[in-house]
Write a protein that binds this ligand. Structure first.
Ligand SMILES: CC(C)(COP(=O)(O)OP(=O)(O)OC[C@H]1O[C@@H](n2cnc3c(N)ncnc32)[C@H](O)[C@@H]1OP(=O)(O)O)[C@@H](O)C(=O)NCCC(=O)NCCS
Length: 155
């Protein structure tokens, strides 16, 4: 059994894996059918990147970044974070923050900002990474309250 304080490495995944879908389902789609953890229109696209956080062989965190124009219409923000999750035993160690920072590095190479629909609980993590709230609070059915947040390198 890997200990929750073992070193964690971030790694670009070729595709979604059963472990990633399981993590998404447990953390983001609890009580919903397992297939709700898939984003069938997004996951297989060549423009979509899947990031895994691994403690030895075990996936303890995941995040996906897709090409998607910002809902605020900001033309410099063409990438979106989805499916951000860290196994509860591994939360509060900076893994989520590191994953966002890795996605920001990739976005810089594409000259793009990033946006996301952030759950209330995740707002401080995104704010720490330079994201700003760009909407009123809104409710997503079956999930709960969110804010739209956006990060641009120049902001
Ligand atoms: C949101 C989520 C991804 C954050 O993952 P995490 O790995 O716990 O995030 P971090 O450790 O980077 O930050 C969480 C807290 O740990 C603390 N922390 C401890 N050590 C830290 C470190 N070295 N660096 C940064 N933060 C650290 C921070 O104070 C932070 O608290 P804050 O966000 O209230 O300011 C995780 O809680 C999760 O999976 N939640 C359920 C699913 C979810 O809501 N996903 C987001 C959808 S928008």
């Amino acid at each position: 059994m890997v200990k929750p304080n073992a070193p964690v490495a971030l790694c670009l995944l070729e595709d979604v894996t059963p472990a990633l879908l399981d993590l998404r389902h447990r953390l983001l789609r609890k009580g919903q059918p397992p297939e709700s953890a898939s984003y069938p229109d997004v996951d297989p696209l060549p423009t979509t990147k899947h990031l895994g956080a691994f403690a030895e062989e075990r996936l303890v965190g995941c995040a996906t970044m897709q090409a998607d124009p910002s809902s605020t219409g900001n033309p410099t923000c063409r990438l979106r974070i989805r499916g951000m999750a860290v196994d509860p035993a591994w939360q509060g160690q900076g893994i989520g923050t590191r994953m966002v920072q890795q996605l920001q590095q990739w976005a810089r190479k594409e000259n793009s900002g990033i946006w996301c629909n952030a759950r209330i609980l995740a707002v401080p993590m995104y704010a720490r990474c330079g994201f700003e709230i760009t909407s009123e609070e809104f409710d997503m059915p079956l999930i709960g309250p969110h804010y739209n947040m956006e990060w641009n390198d120049a902001s």
